[in-house]
Design a binder for this molecule. Structure first.
Ligand code: AMP
Ligand code: MG
Length: 485
């Protein structure tokens, strides 16, 4: 059962249809002067849409929520969540809407979602709006993650609204249209579990299994298997973040998906010099969501998911608790596996060497070496360009590099080439992101477009882009990001 929206997009509404207790029908606030700021042509094409038609006024009206074509029934999704460890029973889409679901060219069901589209019944005190800068940040970070091969939601478009939104200053408003495998969150399960309707978690779990982990339905205990699958995809995802130096910044349970995609890029950023204590978010005073805490937080969040599934896992509560506890403790081993094999690949090694990796990270930490630059310098090292200049005390690196080289396969050029396939030259550097967002806020989108182009091809060094491969100059000071903007 799907509807055709003119010739633009075909949308279905399985979530709203099958889980009526988990959303509220709602429409976007009208905006005065929609103007397309960014369009993701590649993604539009992948979705089976015509990018040119989406750029026309009817297309832009759809992407900003101004036009609700016949048959389309947008909803605000309900969810709960642990925010910085404290449980909030009712969060939900305060400024976002699920327009519907598309079936892409590969037959995959994907949500089309608007963010910044006006107040909903979940808005609490918020204005329901979003500013150009944060929506473009979500665009560029999602594209970077995608190009790095990390599962992620992606922006389809950012449309300026022609309105000003009140933050610390008045800022130009925007709506982000984004695409995700789904917006099922751990917080969706928490909301269902606390709804007072015991059947709702089961319906939600059945829906999530069918949509994301269909093989689990065949298992002896489908709900336990489903839980194990979510643990697995999240262990893999967070390992990928760690391998690339990414700090999500707000790993609340409402920002963690069942699909295993990264979602809700708010105060996130990439680390320059390696330091497990790296925190960018202005509100994360205790460092709860610091770089090095991310695996532990993911596991804690997954334990919250497990709690919602207990009645489905076993009628006997003790047995359910034991099975769920076993499953969530497997996170540590899974994470370790994904992370160490990933580190081995970054280092060009056939098999991981835990001690070698540990010693390297200690070196990078104490000598404040740029995480991204280091791995490219290491492959260059194999091609005769010593990497020791990145270190203030290079003797310690010399000793490490000798141990590393002793473990490498024979064909050094092939090793270097393989390393360059997984270690990016370009990530969205904080000062570059800031510069591009500031320019866009002031009406010049060109630096942002250039940045998106740079990070969309992260593994290929291109002449003229040397500056994009550099960490922020120390004159920029510590980088701070802001939530809920
Ligand atoms: P986030 O930090 O973006 O994950 O959002 C956390 C919660 O706050 C979600 O329920 C959002 O919908 C809500 N929220 C954030 N900003 C706004 C806003 N400007 N207006 C209404 N709700 C908001
Ligand atoms: Mg969120």
């Amino acid at each position: 059962m799907s509807v055709v929206v003119g010739s633009l997009l075909e949308l279905d509404h399985s979530y709203a249809r099958e889980l009526p207790g988990l959303s509220v029908p709602w429409t976007a606030a009208l905006v005065p002067a929609p103007a397309l700021l960014m369009q993701n042509e590649e993604l539009a094409t992948e979705l089976g849409a015509d990018p040119e038609a989406l750029r026309e006024p009817d297309g832009v009206a759809l992407l900003v929520g101004n036009a609700v074509p016949d048959g389309v029934r947008p909803v605000a999704q309900a969810y709960a969540g642990h925010q910085f460890g404290g449980y909030v029973p009712r969060l939900g889409d305060g400024r976002a809407l699920l327009l519907g679901e598309l079936i892409d060219g590969r037959g995959r069901r994907r949500d089309l979602h608007l963010k910044g589209s006006g107040r909903t019944p979940f808005a609490r005190g918020g204005d329901g709006k979003a500013a150009v800068g944060p929506m473009l940040r979500e665009y560029v970070i999602g594209e970077a993650m995608h190009a790095l091969g990390i599962p992620t939601s992606r922006a389809l478009a950012v449309v300026a609204t022609g309105e000003q939104v009140a933050r610390e200053t008045m800022l130009p408003g925007a709506v982000l249209a984004r695409v995700a495998a789904s917006h099922l969150r751990i917080g969706t399960f928490q909301y269902a579990a606390n709804s007072g309707d015991p059947a709702l978690v089961r319906t939600l779990a059945d829906y999530a299994i069918a949509r994301h982990h269909p093989d689990a339905a065949e298992a002896q205990n489908p709900y336990l298997e489903f839980y194990q699958r979510v643990i697995d995809v999240q262990a893999s995802l967070v390992a990928r973040w760690m391998l690339i130096g990414f700090v999500h910044g707000v790993m609340n349970t409402d920002n963690m998906t069942i699909s295993g995609e990264s979602i809700d890029y708010g105060p996130c950023a990439f680390m320059d010099h390696f330091d497990p204590a790296t925190v960018f978010s202005s509100i994360d005073h205790g460092g709860r969501y610091a770089y090095g805490n991310q695996p532990g937080i993911a596991q804690w969040n997954l334990a919250q998911l497990g709690e919602t599934l207990l009645p489905l896992i076993d009628e006997n509560t003790d047995a359910a608790v034991e099975a769920a506890a076993d499953a969530v403790s497997s996170f540590a081993e899974l994470y370790e596996h994904y992370w160490t094999t990933g580190m081995a690949t970054k280092l060009g090694l056939d098999t991981p060497d835990r001690l070698l990796i540990q010693d390297l990270l200690a070196l990078l930490h104490t000598q404040r070496v740029d995480f991204t630059q280091f791995f490219r310098a290491l492959s260059s090292h194999l091609r005769g360009h010593p990497a020791r200049s990145l270190f203030t005390e290079p003797e310690a690196f010399d000793a490490w590099v000798a141990r590393w080289q002793a473990l490498l396969p024979r064909d050094r050029d092939a090793v270097a080439a393989a390393m360059n396939q997984v270690n990016p030259v370009y990530v969205p550097r904080n000062h570059r992101v800031e510069e591009a967002l500031t320019a866009a806020t002031n009406g010049d989108i060109a630096p942002f477009r250039r940045l998106v182009d740079v990070i969309s091809h992260p593994f290929t060094q291109r002449p003229g882009l040397e500056d994009y491969a550099q960490p922020a100059p120390t004159s920029c000071g510590p980088y701070v990001t802001y939530c809920g903007t």
